[in-house]
Design a protein around this ligand. Sequence first.
Ligand SMILES: Cc1cc2nc3c(=O)[nH]c(=O)nc-3n(C[C@H](O)[C@H](O)[C@H](O)COP(=O)(O)OP(=O)(O)OC[C@H]3O[C@@H](n4cnc5c(N)ncnc54)[C@H](O)[C@@H]3O)c2cc1C
Length: 391
Amino acid sequence: MDFRFSPELESFRQEVKDFCQKELPPDWQMGDFFAEEALETENEWAFYRQFKLKLGAKGWLSIAWPKEYGGQGSRLKYVILDEEIVYHGAPGLDTGLTYAIISPTLVRYCTDEQKERHLPPMGRGETIWCEFFSEPDAGSDLARLTTRAIDKGDHFVVDGQKAWTTMGYIADWAIGLFRTDPEAPTHRGLTMFILDMNSPGIIRNPVKNLLGRTVWSETFFDGVKVPKENVIGKINNGWKITMDTLNGERSGIWWLANSRRTLDRMLGYVKERDSLAKDPIIRHKLASLAIGIETSRLFNYYVEWMREKGDNPVHESSISKEFAADLSVRVAETCLHILGPYGQLSKGSERSPLGGTISEAFFGYLPWTMAGGSPEIQKNIVATRGLGLPR
Ligand SMILES: Cc1cc2nc3c(=O)[nH]c(=O)nc-3n(C[C@H](O)[C@H](O)[C@H](O)COP(=O)(O)OP(=O)(O)OC[C@H]3O[C@@H](n4cnc5c(N)ncnc54)[C@H](O)[C@@H]3O)c2cc1C
């Protein structure tokens, strides 16, 4: 057993680090969980798009895809890229959505025509995608979703509402799960579609998080026409595709990368202050976070190695996501305690240590523990799929 990455993968990690350091301006404003959360002005979005095009030009965005679609078939390289991009607060991976979650579904389930149309621009970094699963009354219990897609012959007509759509306010394309057969048992009457976000009848309202940053949209569908060629897989067979998609979302890598960045910042601060660096309680707190991060890191890589081999980790993915998500909040909370009351001052304040990034991390990381399934849902998966307990 060898827990180290190969020299080729280590040198790829260094290349990504160097790229981020070279391409990001010194005053780059990072998001609190993903870079995209901090973008507000047109200039910032323009920079984001340029950066993403550069990632595409390097062939990195498609790096995990099979060679026939322009990739290198390397899940591990993709994970290294994802980790470093998030660690550096760099833009371009669309909160991991387009490339970690949606593109594997397109590669696996789409027709050749669908792939030919969507993968090349996605790989070049020209398009932003989002995913429509959750609704106001269907989140953990997703199979209760009610947004209808009615078959009209050569197209479907979609009516209803989706909630919490990350990047939904700006995405060009989406995948989404809709009810196509209301008579069938809940899991069986659902179909996955590709949606053009500029279709008439799609109304998106941006939704802000605890820090006042736009993260999601609530999206209304008012008679939206979706051509039949946009069905992913078979009609009424969307549940299985959705479960695979969500499983891909349950990687702990983003939470881990954020935790690492926050701990590294805190360590830099503590090392400059002897009174803190020599305090046994503070040292133990930081050591305890480092233990969590190292454990999370190894387990995340293990899950990604399973994926690289073609396995389908289910409860393992939930373990990696839940452990890393819980840890991210603990890291931010512990660092906030160490900084004392000044740590709670906001980003703009001159007296705020580390530029207010720690309090922002705390409020930024907390909501993300719910994404891709809440902590309770991850534990339910581990209980049933991992421990064999009854449903
Ligand atoms: C940052 C973020 C990004 C997101 N991005 C997207 C996105 O891009 N697309 C999308 O479709 N959705 C997205 N979501 C929505 C997310 O998937 C849902 O919030 C999540 O699945 C929970 O659903 P809910 O909000 O309806 O809460 P509910 O399902 O109503 O849950 C409320 C509480 O009850 C608990 N609970 C529910 N059922 C059980 C159970 N069986 N056992 C134990 N406890 C239970 C939950 O753990 C939770 O604490 C995002 C959410 C967040 C926070």
